[in-house]
Write a protein that binds this ligand. Structure first.
Ligand code: GRF
Length: 201
């Protein structure tokens, strides 16, 4: 199955997807970043994957940026769009257009801690557990149906950095696993439900 990966930063999730691509039946056609200096672009180039950077600051509106992103994405006609640390809010028009084929990873046990600074917020809230979630992207920010989660314990001496590191390790196995479900045709979005092997998750 063919896919486009959107990133904004370091791209460690992208790396785990690249490393697992053949195992999970994924051909990464292109990596697109909204930041020109995202290290993930280098990772993609090292693996011979075409890259594009579209600096969102060059557009006067979110609509205009998304239209450009959409035009670029459509050149590849992807079956799946993978948001791997893509830190831009997408317009409803964009999320509707790709509904059911767009997956995002979020570093919290959704619906807890949507948005930013999830690790610190989990510590501040006195949570005993934290983790990562993969969900279908819908118009609601970090609010689409959750497909799978990975949980870890928050340790007494954790700070946001140590916690983020351990969550990231989980992300790197969780995302390829869920992408594989999708490429195998086992995972779908039906209405507002994620369906795996015919059953609502
Ligand atoms: C990950 O924690 C991801 O869940 C979040 O941003 C981080 C991106 O890390 N949305 P990387 O760019 O994949 O290293």
């Amino acid at each position: 199955m063919k896919g486009v990966v959107l990133i904004s930063g370091s791209g460690s999730n992208l790396q785990s997807i690249i490393d697992n691509a053949s195992k999970i039946d994924l051909e990464i056609e292109a990596v697109i970043s909204n930041k020109e200096d995202a290290y993930g672009l280098k990772r993609a180039q090292k693996s011979g994957i075409p890259t594009h950077a579209i600096n969102h600051q060059q557009f006067s509106s979110r609509e205009e940026f998304d239209q450009n992103l959409s035009q670029l994405t459509d050149q590849y006609n992807p079956d799946i769009i993978i948001l791997a640390g893509f830190m831009r809010i997408l317009t409803t028009r964009f999320t509707k257009k790709y509904a059911g084929k767009m997956l995002n990873i979020h570093p919290s046990l959704l619906p807890k801690f949507q948005g930013l600074n999830t690790h610190q917020r989990a510590i501040d809230a006195g949570e005993s557990e934290h983790g990562a979630s993969i969900h279908f992207v819908t118009a609601e920010l970090d609010g689409g149906p959750v497909i799978a989660q990975s949980r870890i314990n928050i340790l007494a001496d954790d700070d946001s950095e140590s916690l983020a590191k351990r969550v990231l390790v989980e992300e790197h196995t969780l995302f390829p696993k869920v992408i594989h479900w999708f490429t195998q045709g086992r995972l779908h979005l039906k209405g507002n439900n994620a369906i795996l092997d015919g059953k609502a998750l």
